[in-house]
Every structure is written in C-alpha cells, then in structure tokens.
Design a binder for this molecule. Structure first.
Ligand SMILES: Nc1ncnc2c1ncn2[C@@H]1O[C@H](COP(=O)(O)OP(=O)(O)O)[C@@H](O)[C@H]1O
Ligand SMILES: O=C(CO)[C@@H](O)[C@H](O)COP(=O)(O)O
Length: 480
C-alpha cells in the first residue's frame, strides 16, 4: 500500500493510512485523457478529456493546452491534493525545439508517412540487420530518426535551428517541469537509442540529421522523477513513457499475454525479459516501462477504418456493428485491405486500401461492414504471428483501445487470433498505466502497484483460418 508522509500524531492516537492521489495522462493521437486515481486501490476518482487537432502534423503547443484542460477537469473531481503525475504519449512524434525551448515547426506524428524515402535510405546505408541489432528496429516512416532526416533534407533552415529533440510525452513533461527527460520505453522508438544498452546512439542521430547533433533528453529509470509540477502545487512528475508501454503497465501484462490495442493505430505487443531484433522489420524491439522489453507490431489502420466504413454506409459505429454481425464470417467473399493511411506493417507507406471479391450477390452493406472489421483485425492477427515468431508466448490476447468497445470487433477477434481473447472492463489503460508509474515513483516499492484488472468477457478460441487465408491471398495479389 502506498501512502503519503503522515504528519506526526499525538502518541495515544493510532496512525492512520492517508490515501494518496495520483494522475495518469494519456496524450494520444486523437485526444488527451487524464485520470485521478487512489494510488492504494487503483480506484478512478476523476476523469478529464480534451481533443487534439486532426492531421499528421500538429503544433505541440496544442497537446500542452489539451493536457492542461484534461488535468484541470480530472482534478476538479479529486478528493484531495495530488501527490504525483506521469504522462504517457503517442510514440515517435518529432518535437524539434529551438534554443528558446519552443517548437521550430509543427511536430510530425508517428502516422505521417512523408519520410518513407528517408527510412529506405537509412536502411540501405546501414543495413536492416545492423539497425535491428543496434536499435531493436528496422526504421520505417514512423520512426523519429527518419523524420529528422526528412527535416534535414527538406527544411535545412529548420534543421539548423534545432537545439533539442523531444518526443510528445517528453514535451508535455517538459512543460510541466521545465526539464527535458524521457524514459527507455519512448526513447526506444526513436531509431537512435539502444534498447539493449539503455543509451542514446548519437552517431545515428547525427547521421540522420546530416551531421547536426541536437541535444537529447536525459533517460530516466522506470521510477525516476522528472521534477515537480507547479500546476499541481508541486506534485512529483514521474518519467512518463510511450502510450503502448503505459498500456502494458496499466494492464499488468505478464508472460503469455499479448495486448492488442485498437486506437488510431493498431498495436500488438508483449512484455519480455530479453530485447528483440527482428531484421524483417515486422516487429519493433522497444523497451517497456518497468526495465524489461516490449516487442511490438504497429499498423496505421485501426479504429478509423471502422469510422470511415460507417460513414460510407451512412451509419454510426453502433450501426456498423449491427451490419457486421448480420454478415457471415468471410463477408460473403469480400476482403478489405484497409490501408487507408498507407501502411507501416507490412511496410507499404504509399499503399491505398483495396476491396477485393465484389460480386452482384455479395455487394451488401452487411458484407462491407464485416470486411472492414475482418480486414482491420487480420493485420493485427498477422502481427501476433510475427511476435510468436520472435519467441513471444501467446496464451491470450487482451483487447483494449477505443475500437475494443465494438461488439463486432469482439465477436470477430477470437476466431482470427486463434487464442482466447479477453476484453478488460472498458477503461483508459494507457492513462491508468501512467498513473501506476506515478504511484510507483512516489511509493518507493520494488515493483509497480498491482491494481485489480476486471476482465469483462472471454471469448473461446476457434479457428478463423479461412478468413486469414483469404486476407493473405488478397495481400499477395495486390502487393506481391
Ligand atoms: N464502439 C466503438 N466502435 C468502434 N470504434 C470505436 C468505438 N468507440 C470508440 N471508437 C474509436 O476509437 C478511437 C479512439 O480510440 P483511442 O484508443 O482513444 O485512440 P487514440 O489513443 O489513438 O487517440 C476513435 O477513432 C473512435 O472512433
Ligand atoms: O507508433 C505507434 C507505436 O509504435 C503508435 O501506437 C502510437 O504510439 C500512437 O498510438 P495511438 O494514438 O494509436 O494509441
């Protein structure tokens, strides 16, 4: 149990445990969410949310404004003062600051694919195997190093002004504390950090930036403290981390668990004791937020595939669910390759979506809705298989993120993944993981707190191999 320093009491009065309140922040692609929790029990006591601007190029100051709004809304419901806060954020985004501590241009987000040519050039220069060995990952357009390479090539006047490079969560922490720091988890997504050694690789940063060597934030340990937040009367600010790392921490993922998160991105990841180095580029070898590792597969096309399909069908998300559930498995022969934003895994940044198998007899709203759900999930099921190939044990899938709320997604997931799929009680698991890190940083325990995880539904594992096979055949047909 974590408790705050208790003021001395008169000798004859029993010492009482004082609840400690912490805040976890999730600064993700579409919004900032903040939760106030009781650090002892994990009970959520306050919530706040603020939207982010659309697009893959965003002024980081908008994230800071959203964070302040979400934190203010959450703390308005807090029963007492806040002891600590941590910020988790969308990974990889390039926040390039000038000497005045302000962004030199808008941030390029993880889902901005303009740096695909720079990713290819970096890989050709160094070799996929060598980059996987040194950085854990083969760079794709999401990786920060490729964005800096794009900046150096296309906007050298901006590149010349860059004094330090942060990630989105580092930026919010920086605004809270005035200190530039990060953690292993988020640092491991930059392309110039060694997950195995836990240190920056300045030669790769300089190589990406045409010889420039901006400052990098200090890498804090999992229970490290970034400083204190004036905004919260001096509350401790923990290191923070990437959103997927915080999701794993929030769920308390153990060996055998693979987390599949369906937000703007689709991710599949697991906590492991050893680093991974997949030279095929399917699996990114990240660090987690506890001192371990987080092999991860990420797709660019998840929740928004469903909202875009719903819009085409003139319905809402609930309507899409009803349609998809009315269609047979396999969508009557329709297969959607849902690469609406290009794709990251497989690495097809210039791809567009393709609908295959249309006939007069199967061209129905129900089949289209079903094909969208199946296509989105097949990409993630391929990701789970890729994790398995790197040695990850797949005992069950834990499904989280906005689109895990979809009844059709829940129904279709277990057959496609072929293992039991559990949907934890709907909650903001990234913000919860950040709150856990904050509680850990002030609690002083060897392990992060364990808060109860209520799993809402457990689907039996059946085989969905025909749908997977049709998807694989469609992908080969279109993309080789
Ligand atoms: N019931 C639902 N069915 C399908 N998608 C949903 C549902 N509820 C929310 N979403 C989608 O989830 C997304 C937001 O999820 P979230 O995990 O918060 O994303 P991010 O972390 O990327 O900002 C939105 O695109 C929203 O449309
Ligand atoms: O790039 C990745 C993982 O490598 C993405 O998962 C981002 O971290 C964005 O996450 P969401 O906003 O979709 O949660």
């Amino acid at each position: 149990m974590i408790s705050a320093a208790v003021p001395p009491l008169p000798a004859n009065e029993p010492q009482q445990e004082v609840p400690v309140f912490v805040i976890g922040v999730d600064s993700s692609t579409q919004s900032t969410k903040a939760l106030v929790l009781d650090a002892g029990t994990g009970e959520v006591l306050g919530r706040g949310r603020a939207a982010h601007p659309d697009g893959t190029e965003v002024d980081p100051r908008a994230w800071w404004r959203a964070a302040q709004d979400a934190i203010a809304a959450a703390t308005a419901e807090a029963p007492g003062p806040i002891a600590a806060i941590a910020v988790a954020g969308q990974q990889h985004g390039m926040v390039a600051l000038g000497a005045d501590g302000e962004p030199v241009r808008d941030a390029l987000l993880w889902n901005d694919t303009r740096s695909a040519p720079q990713a290819r050039a970096l890989t050709e220069r160094h070799g996929a195997a060598e980059l996987a060995r040194r950085t854990g990952s083969v760079p794709v357009a999401s990786i920060t190093a490729t964005k800096l390479a794009w900046l150096a090539e296309h906007e050298p006047h901006h590149a010349d002004r860059v004094d330090q490079v942060l990630l989105p969560h580092d930026w919010v922490t920086y605004r809270l504390t005035g200190r530039a720091c990060t953690d292993r988890g988020d640092a491991s997504g930059t392309g110039y950090f060694s997950p195995a050694d836990g240190r920056w690789l300045p030669d790769l940063l300089a190589d990406a930036m045409g010889g420039r060597s901006p400052r990098l934030p200090e890498v804090l340990p999992p229970t490290g403290r970034a400083g204190h937040a004036e905004l919260l009367d001096g509350a401790v600010v923990a290191a923070g981390t990437g959103d997927n790392m915080a999701g794993a921490l929030g769920l308390g993922a153990e060996p055998g668990d693979v987390v599949v998160s369906l937000g703007t991105s689709g991710t599949a990841f697991a906590v492991t004791e050893r680093p991974s180095a997949d030279e095929t580029g399917m699996v990114a070898g990240f660090c987690d937020a506890t001192g371990r590792f987080l092999p991860l597969v990420c797709t660019l096309n998840a929740a928004r595939v469903l909202s875009a399909t719903a819009a085409v069908l003139g319905t809402d998300l609930a309507g899409l669910d009803r349609l998809a559930l009315d269609a047979p498995s396999g969508a009557g022969g329709l297969t959607l390759l849902p690469y609406l934003e290009g794709e990251r895994t497989p690495n097809l940044p210039e791809a567009t979506g393709t609908l295959l198998g249309l006939r007069g007899t199967n061209m129905t709203p129900e089949n289209l809705a079903r094909a969208a759900v199946e296509g989105m999930l097949c990409g993630l099921a391929d990701g789970v298989d890729a994790l398995r190939r790197t040695g990850v044990e797949v005992g069950r899938v834990l499904l989280i993120g906005g689109a895990a709320e979809s009844a059709a997604v829940r129904a279709v997931a277990a057959p496609l993944f072929g293992v039991p799929v559990e949907v934890p009680e709907p909650a903001e698991y990234v913000a919860l993981g950040a709150a856990k890190q904050a509680a850990w940083a002030v609690g002083g325990a060897a392990e992060p707190p364990r808060w109860p995880l209520r799993t809402e539904r457990r689907e039996p594992a059946e085989e969905g191999s025909e749908v997977r096979a049709a998807y694989a055949a469609a992908r080969r047909q279109v993309h080789g």
